[in-house]
Design a protein around this ligand. Structure first.
Ligand code: GDR
Length: 367
């Protein structure tokens, strides 16, 4: 690092902050994200986009009105497309850890909003890294970049590890490729503590409803209560390495507690087709599914009643698909001591049960 210090820097920091040493700074435990960090005693700051409707339901259980009681979770209005705003937030908060989880994260939507996705998911990371440098905090802040198994895209080899070449298959994946490399570049150019977590799909009852796992578990709950007849899906043959988000956030935090910054894959080392996620979800409510027909004509039938519960709708197909993801987490297991705890069946069960509880209480409210 002394070599790095000798190289002339392109710009001096614009915002001049009086700072303790990087070691003391890190001990302050001030981070930009949430639940796990709060439980570890961090002061957590989140950046939320302004919206005319409430968009913080997944934070509700953590948040308290500042007027009512003191809370360690603070929210700031901001956006990864707004550099000035990011500089302002970084200067004000002076975080010891930054977790860049912000993104237009839906792969299918990225084909429809390719430029926006490139701006936020690609350049947004650069803006955040530059905001840290603008404040002269590049030797103080530890930076986590939410990289993704979507970087692998088309299958080059399996299982996919930190050394597998990338071949993204969507505007989302391509934007994330830029972010992956700009994170590596700022680590090498400026000696920043910056890491890529290459996370395979991670799910939970809090998953957004348009992602396939949650879409399935919600539909199973609604169908079991007679509120929905049929579930429409796209490619049933896509295979994913699905883990539980709770295990993965622990791994993210671990990456920022190491002596040196490195990139890590987090995965389960198992892969399952979408079709199996459907079968296992229906099994939780005691329904078994039999498949009939081929391709876009395929249907999932309730073996008892003969009702069609699942149909294929081509509108959910992607112009280019990632057919198979299977990760190798052995580097994270070896160096971080990380190990996923929740297996596939328990994940499916937890998600279906949470949706059953939510759907049932909604029915009660309406009665
Ligand atoms: P993914 O997640 O694209 O892997 O990215 P998603 O759950 O959207 O799709 C997984 C697979 O299921 C197939 N599929 C469907 N997907 C959706 N959303 N809706 C459907 O009806 C449907 N039917 C079949 C998809 O084609 C795909 O193959 C997620 C996101 O969280 C990314 O932000 C993150 O980077 C990666 O996981 C890791």
């Amino acid at each position: 690092s002394s070599k790095i210090d000798d190289v002339p820097q392109p710009f001096a920091p614009i915002v001049k902050l009086t700072l303790p040493s990087p070691e003391e700074f890190h001990k302050r435990k001030v981070a930009l994200i949430s639940e796990l960090l709060l439980s570890k005693g961090y002061e957590v700051h989140g950046i939320i986009r302004r919206s005319s409707s409430f968009n913080t339901s997944r934070l509700h259980h953590l948040y308290a009105d500042q007027h009512e009681r003191k809370t360690k979770l603070k929210l700031h209005h901001g956006d990864l497309s707004d550099s000035t705003n990011l500089v302002y937030i970084i200067a004000q908060v002076q975080p010891s850890e930054v977790y860049n989880l912000g993104a237009q994260s839906h792969v299918k939507v990225s084909f429809e909003m390719a430029e926006y996705t490139g701006d936020v998911d690609g350049l947004g990371t650069l803006r955040l890294l530059d905001a840290i440098r603008t404040c002269g905090l590049e030797k103080h802040v530890r930076f986590y970049q939410a990289s993704t198994s979507e970087l692998y895209g088309k299958v080059v080899e399996t299982p996919q590890s930190e050394t597998t070449p990338f071949y993204p298959r969507s505007p989302y994946g391509v934007a994330k490729l830029y972010s992956y490399w700009i994170t590596v570049n700022y680590r090498e150019a400026y000696g920043m503590y910056a890491c890529n977590g290459i996370l395979f799909n991670h799910e939970s009852p809090r998953r957004g409803r348009t992602f396939v796992t949650r879409k399935i578990t919600r539909a199973v709950a609604e169908i079991s209560l007679g509120k929905q007849n049929c579930l429409y899906l796209g490619n049933l043959d896509a295979k994913r390495d699905w883990g539980h988000a709770r295990d993965y956030v622990e791994g993210m935090w671990m990456m920022l507690q190491q002596p040196h910054p490195e990139d890590f894959v987090l995965a389960t080392g198992e892969t399952h087709p979408v079709r199996e996620f459907v079968e296992k979800s229906f099994a939780v409510i005691g329904t078994s599914i039999q498949w009939r027909g081929n391709g876009v004509e395929e249907e999932g039938i309730d073996t008892k009643s003969g009702k069609v519960l699942v149909k294929v709708d081509t509108r959910y197909f992607r112009p280019a698909e990632v057919e198979l993801l299977l990760g190798n987490p052995s580097k994270a297991e070896r160096i971080l001591g990380w190990k996923r705890k929740v297996d596939f069946e328990s994940l499916v069960k937890e998600m279906v049960e949470a949706d059953l509880t939510a759907a049932a209480s909604l029915v009660e409210d309406q009665n």
